[in-house]
Design a protein around this ligand. Structure first.
Ligand code: MF3
Ligand code: CO
Length: 281
């Protein structure tokens, strides 16, 4: 779907610009999280993010990307990714995944979060939390692995470790394979692909200057996907609900830095025994 070529290794100055873009994305998602309510439309969420991006001196990166018509992707319930915001009215209990990208001086940030609108079904909240946990496990692997395949191993291990109650005993979440993370920098999607599952291919060596978007998608049912008539919206084949989390991460000489997290990933990674290594201001 997306053009990919050689790995682009960033200078520290380029990473600083990506941090600025990342913080605008973080602000946009925080604004959406603070304001989202049942009764709003998915288009209302798009407008909230568009305002924050403009006020932050950035440009939305999704708008116009291969003809994509909005600032956000907003994917509701059985929609996994690439849902187009519009007139859909959000209802209590909806599981909403919000994906946002912004550009500053040509450098990109890309991040996604999922949430459930009150009153939430606890099984949906567990799915959202398991997906976020799997993302942080994948991000942590960028600090502890020497090869990119460590991310997929860590995400899959995290999903394996989270057994959920099913009708016939414990089941595992479905882990989407058709959509993957990616390098990010002077374009939103770059080499290398960042898989969320285990493979034999160990992938490229992890080196300082790489910037990678880690973005697992989990579903409460089977991992089969389908694309709707709009040619964008990806839904589960079985109607089960889906969650999606994403952060853009820089690999630096001293360690990793989560560019799209306000705290650089410090809190979540400390819990995994990893100290983040932000560039000094
Ligand atoms: N941001 C998505 C990703 O995480 C891609 C969005 S596709 C677009 O890679 F067309 F909406 F831009
Ligand atoms: Co992405």
């Amino acid at each position: 779907m997306f053009g990919r070529d050689k790995i682009e290794y960033k200078t520290t100055e380029q990473v600083r610009l990506m941090r600025r873009a990342g913080l605008v994305v973080a602000d946009a998602l925080a604004a959406v999280r603070a304001q989202v309510r049942a009764g709003m439309t998915t288009g209302d969420l798009d407008a909230i993010a568009a305002d924050v991006i403009r006020e932050g001196g950035a440009k939305p990166s999704f708008l116009g990307y291969y003809g994509y018509p909005a600032t956000l992707c907003v994917s509701v319930n059985d929609e996994i990714v690439h849902g187009i915001p519009g007139s859909r009215v959000l209802a209590p209990g909806d599981l909403v995944s919000v994906d946002c990208g912004a550009i500053i001086e040509g450098w990109h940030g890309d991040s996604a979060m999922s949430l459930v609108i009150p009153d939430a079904d606890s099984l949906d909240v567990e799915l959202v939390d398991a997906t976020e946990t799997a993302m942080w496990a994948g991000i942590a692997a960028l600090a502890t692995s020497d090869r990119l395949s460590g991310v997929g191993d860590a995400v899959e291990d995290s999903v394996d470790a989270t057994q959920v109650a099913g009708a016939n005993g414990a089941v595992r979440y479905g882990l989407i394979q058709e959509y993957v993370g990616h390098g990010i920098g002077s374009e939103m999607h770059q080499a290398p692909d960042v898989l969320n599952y285990r493979t034999r291919d160990r992938g490229p060596k992890l080196r300082p200057g790489m910037c990678l978007a880690v973005e697992p998608m989990l579903v409460r049912g089977a991992r089969a996907t389908q694309v709707l008539e709009d040619d964008w919206t990806v839904v589960t084949g079985d109607g089960s609900r889906a969650a999606h989390w994403e952060h853009s991460v820089a690999l630096l000489e001293g360690g990793i830095w989560v560019l799209t997290a306000a705290d650089g990933g410090a809190e979540r990674l400390a819990a995994l025994g990893i100290k983040v290594a932000p560039l000094a201001d």
